[in-house]
Design a protein around this ligand. Structure first.
Ligand code: SF4
Ligand code: SF4
Length: 436
């Protein structure tokens, strides 16, 4: 695609990077067919190609973002299905990330949007605040249907409908072995996952230890910054990235690390991009690139690990591939292969490439599209009549769990169970006499 950026504009590394992305697009439109918002809404401006045009125009003219442009960029899930489809290698992720930061810096949103975004940024990345918010939210979650009747309160209603009726019980955490013959890994604690699904981490620790890895909770590590990044809050996301790069770098140069392991694929995609995010920071560029190169989704690491043979009990597992894993990280086969090796019967739903609508804070900020995608995803999954649905990202587990009748678990919970760990709580009826 031809561009018309001035040389002064191209002196800005962010502009130069976006210009290079835009130039790669040959506007063939292949990406439209796999874009969830285009599939749902049928509007070219809600397709990757349409958004690339809008972003190009906004950046070239350096205009303040028009509400129409903001609307279509906001509707993008950052699911990155377009990147999987694109034959020209257009890095849409970097382009839309730049557009979101540009919009955040130059566009004044209506006050209700500002409040809800500020609230999300203040609570979600901080497990204590998030836990407190969920506790408070339980008292008012019954008002969600009422609030949903007023368009302006839809995000608030969506937020309340995500509040669990009961806080998930804290699982028994066996102390992790911190050394092992296979190596020494840092396991990202994350922010939302340990609050919403603490059992995921407990299963991951047991599994990694069983595969011979020592598992560390690294001092000083916090939220990966993905939630802030997707809201265009660049200062916050870069601060989060630097803090984590510092924390992991201390371990890397200290006793050494084999890998930085992530159980939430949304976080993994962002950590693998730290090298790009911090490329212009001379104090961090090399360290961030090293951290990104060491980041691994847990399924990637386990795929080459020495795990005992599993007893999958013949269960039918419908595997939901999180977008951040299949499109963001291009990890497509490892989770299925691991589940099958563990003795489960794995099936894949129709439209597996389409997002479930979770997408970080998307199901709160764009509740109607998210709900439509959630219903569509669950219908495909349930058509497989599974005993259980497995995924690799906490956001997907919550989004699908709200609508599915089958239990929804993390892949690591099933692998842990099959190789000697306890049954996931939602499947414990299948093993009533066994305790964790
Ligand atoms: S598939 Fe790639 S090259 Fe074609 S329009 Fe989409 S982004 Fe552009
Ligand atoms: S990231 Fe997803 S929603 Fe956004 S343009 Fe690409 S395919 Fe469409």
């Amino acid at each position: 695609m031809q561009t018309s950026f001035s040389s002064a504009q191209l002196a800005d590394p962010a502009m130069a990077a976006s210009e290079a992305v835009i130039r790669k697009c040959v506007h063939c439109g292949f990406c439209t067919a796999t874009c969830p918002t285009y599939v749902l809404l049928g509007d070219e401006l809600d397709s990757p190609r349409g958004r690339i045009y809008l972003i190009k125009q906004m950046l070239e003219t350096e205009a303040d973002p028009a509400p129409e442009v903001v609307k279509h960029v906001d509707r993008c899930l950052s699911c990155l299905a377009c990147m999987t489809t694109c034959p020209s290698g257009v890095n849409y992720m970097h382009l839309v990330d730049h557009a979101r930061a540009y919009i955040e810096a130059r566009y004044r949103r209506p006050w209700r949007e500002r409040v809800i975004r500020a609230l999300l940024a203040w609570t979600l990345p901080h497990p204590r605040r998030f836990r407190l918010a969920l506790r408070l939210g339980r008292w008012v979650r019954h008002t969600a249907p009422l609030l949903a009747r007023t368009a302006a309160f839809e995000p608030l209603a969506a937020m309340l409908s995500l509040v669990p009726a009961r806080m998930p019980p804290k699982p028994a955490f066996a102390a992790a072995r911190t050394s092992g013959a296979a190596g020494r890994v840092a396991l990202l604690k994350g922010c939302a996952e340990p609050v919403l699904r603490p059992a995921f981490r407990a299963a991951a620790i047991r599994l990694l230890n069983r595969a011979g890895y020592g598992v560390l909770a690294v001092e000083g590590e916090r939220c990966c910054g993905a939630l802030a990044h997707h809201m265009g809050r660049e200062t916050d996301s870069l601060a989060a990235a630097r803090r984590n790069v510092d924390a992991w770098s201390r371990e890397i140069v200290g006793e050494g690390l084999t890998a930085i392991v992530v159980t939430a694929s949304g976080c993994g995609t962002t950590i693998k991009d730290y090298g790009f995010m911090l490329r212009e920071d001379p104090a961090y560029a090399a360290k961030a690139a090293r951290v990104s190169a060491m980041a691994k989704d847990i399924s990637e690491l386990l795929d080459t690990a020495d795990l005992p043979l599993g007893n999958g009990r013949g269960l039918k597992v419908a595997y939901h591939a999180a977008c951040s894993l299949q499109h963001g990280q291009k990890v497509t086969e490892a989770p299925k292969r691991l589940l099958e090796r563990a003795g489960y019967h794995v099936s894949i739903p129709a439209e597996a490439h389409l997002c479930c609508g979770s997408a970080g804070t998307y199901n709160i900020l764009q509740p109607k599209i998210a709900a439509a995608l959630g219903a569509r995803k669950v219908a495909h999954l349930e058509r497989l009549q599974p005993d259980v649905i497995a995924t690799g990202n906490v956001g997907c587990a919550v989004q699908i769990g709200l609508r599915a009748s089958a239990p929804v678990v993390h892949v690591v919970e099933l692998l842990d169970w099959a190789t000697g760990g306890p049954a996931p709580a939602s499947l414990s009826h299948l093993e009533p006499n066994r305790s964790a």
